[in-house]
Design a protein around this ligand. Structure first.
Ligand SMILES: Nc1nc2c(ncn2[C@@H]2O[C@H](COP(=O)(O)OP(=O)(O)OP(=O)(O)O)[C@@H](O)[C@H]2O)c(=O)[nH]1
Ligand SMILES: [Mg+2]
Length: 241
């Protein structure tokens, strides 16, 4: 197995981070439910493998909640970084299409504070509740064109990388779209000679493998259904490329 990439899900409570993480994993690994209180309270991780690439999916609580104690936020950010280890990270900013809230206006600034000023270059905006758009006869592009300027700014800053998830759609096809977006993002980063990890040497190798493996072959029928061996569950994906 080729060691791997960290997929970190971030966003406000109730946006569907855990549901989306489960869709990526192809199994109900993380609790996800309707609730007036935050459901996820700790950073949690699980692994999956797609075409030989180990992906560590990292689900997080809403760590950008204004009411959260700064010390707790700092702990969650540290937990997240520790779980990621030295592995490459892709961030999914999870938002739902039904509302753009005040707390989300400066979410990228908060993400930059927590994970570094280049975080938006590695972020894909993942919109949930795609069925709400479908029912209204709107495409994601239609939605974005008429969306709040603050949301448009976030999407632009993330290189216009967006995907739409919905509960009733096949996980496989939406996860495939997501991974295509991720591999496109990594491809662009490969041509950038300024990337910090590029200078470290392992990032280009991983990107090449991701592009070759994800982009080059048809999607396997069992994608997302990988059940990690217990030893793999214990240790985060390394980067011994
Ligand atoms: N209809 C619909 N419901 C969704 C979708 N995605 C998530 N949900 C629902 O939204 C609710 C909240 O989802 P969670 O995955 O628990 O949200 P979360 O972001 O992990 O929330 P916290 O753990 O509290 O931060 C659940 O009832 C999900 O089933 C979607 O695409 N469509
Ligand atoms: Mg959750």
């Amino acid at each position: 197995m080729v060691p791997g990439v960290n997929i970190v899900l971030l966003g406000m409570t109730g946006t569907g981070k855990s549901a989306s993480a489960n869709a990526i994993l192809g199994r109900d690994r993380f609790p996800s439910r309707a609730s007036s209180m935050p459901v996820t309270t700790e950073v949690q991780r699980a692994e999956t493998e797609v075409k030989g690439i180990c992906m560590q999916v990292i689900d997080t609580p809403d760590m950008f909640d204004e009411d959260m104690q700064p010390s707790l936020r700092a702990k969650l950010v540290e937990d997240c970084k520790r779980v990621c280890g030295s592995g490459s990270c892709v961030y999914l900013l999870v938002m739902h299409v039904s509302r753009f809230t005040d707390g989300e206006r400066d979410i990228l600034t908060k993400m930059e504070r927590a994970f570094g000023r280049h975080v938006s270059e590695r972020t894909v905006v993942l919109f949930t509740r795609g069925e709400d758009l479908r029912r209204a006869g709107l495409s994601l592009d239609d939605f974005l064109r008429s969306s709040h300027p603050g949301l448009q700014k976030i999407v632009q800053k993330c290189g216009n990388r967006c995907v739409l998830f919905e509960k009733s759609r096949s996980n496989q096809s939406q996860v495939e779209e997501l991974l295509e977006t991720v591999s496109g993002m990594m491809k662009r980063e490969r041509v950038s000679t300024n990337s910090e990890e590029g200078k470290m040497g392992w990032w280009p190798g991983l990107i090449t493998r991701l592009i070759d493996l994800i982009g080059g072959e048809p999607w396997p029928a069992d994608a997302g259904n990988f059940t990690p061996r217990s030893s793999q569950m214990e240790k985060p994906c390394g980067l011994a490329l």
